[in-house]
Design a protein around this ligand. Structure first.
Ligand code: ARG
Length: 265
């Protein structure tokens, strides 16, 4: 088992909070672009120190959310399922990410249905967990299964604060996850209990600092440093944790995982 991963990231050169497409965003509140850049640099350095490879895509002016690379694609076995955003503000990110994957030799599908990449579609062992309810459409789940050739498990998100699956659930390794049950419909909670009986249950306080928006390589979990309860629960379960401060990017509704797209060749 190897813990070395390949990630794609996008420097928040043009990061800003100028529109509101999720409840975390307040275009009237101040934000600090330089602080966002230094928090992002620290996240990138954390991955490099762990021995992971970080590839970069050029940030484009006028796309303040492009830093959230997780929304750029879903990549399994060298196939990149492209994205289609719900909101017009982010639409132009889709062709930019698709072009990067095409230029880097991936088989790219431009989707017919709305899907926001790894924000809502997460590989957990041999299956894909797919969120719907706010961004990624239910119709896209069939398209995802067909192209990525893995079984897709539909999960219904119910809390607008946890609008992407990766804000409510973190894949820890091949067999386990951490999640906030209240962010899911009763039926989806039952499915998660059945599939992951040993899952780590996050508290509302963990989720409220986007603690579940974490990046795990199977051994070390990189998560918001404010998520102290979740970090303790992860360590008790045998994971190593590294806390990072992403408070500036959280003003746009993103944490470490949102900034990180896993590239599986
Ligand atoms: N402002 C962005 C949006 O609302 C944040 C995206 C966060 N990304 C994620 N993978 N959860 O679309």
């Amino acid at each position: 088992m190897t813990f070395k991963r390949r990630y794609l990231m996008c420097r928040p050169t043009h990061f800003a909070v100028t529109y509101r497409i999720n409840p975390w965003m307040d275009p009237t509140a101040p934000y600090d672009n330089a602080l966002a850049i230094s928090q992002w640099e620290n996240l990138r350095q954390t991955f490099l120190d762990l021995g992971h490879t970080v590839e970069l895509i050029d940030p484009l002016p006028g796309l303040p959310d492009m830093v959230f690379a997780a929304n750029g694609a879903t990549v399994v076995d060298g196939r990149a399922l492209g994205v289609q955003f719900r909101d017009a503000e982010r639409a132009d990110e889709a062709p930019a990410y698709a072009a990067w994957f095409r230029e880097n030799g991936f088989d790219v599908l431009e989707p017919k249905h709305t899907n926001e990449g790894e924000g809502d579609i997460l590989l957990a062992g041999d299956v894909l967990l797919a969120g719907t309810g706010f961004r990624t459409s239910h119709a896209s789940h069939a398209e995802t299964q067909e192209f990525l050739q893995r079984p897709v498990i539909t999960l219904q998100l119910v809390d607008p604060a946890y609008y992407h699956l990766d804000t409510a659930l973190c894949v820890l390794d091949e067999t386990n996850i951490a999640y906030l049950p209240q962010a899911f419909s009763p039926g989806s909670q039952a499915v998660l209990r059945q599939l992951f009986p040993n899952a780590i249950i996050a508290t509302p306080e963990d989720a409220a600092v986007l603690g579940l928006n974490a990046v795990s390589d199977g051994e070390t979990v990189v998560l918001a440093e404010q998520a102290t309860h979740l970090a303790g629960a992860l360590r008790a379960a045998g994971y190593r944790t590294i806390g990072v401060d992403m408070s500036e990017l959280r003003k746009a509704g993103g944490g470490p995982k949102c900034c990180t797209l896993e590239v599986r060749r």
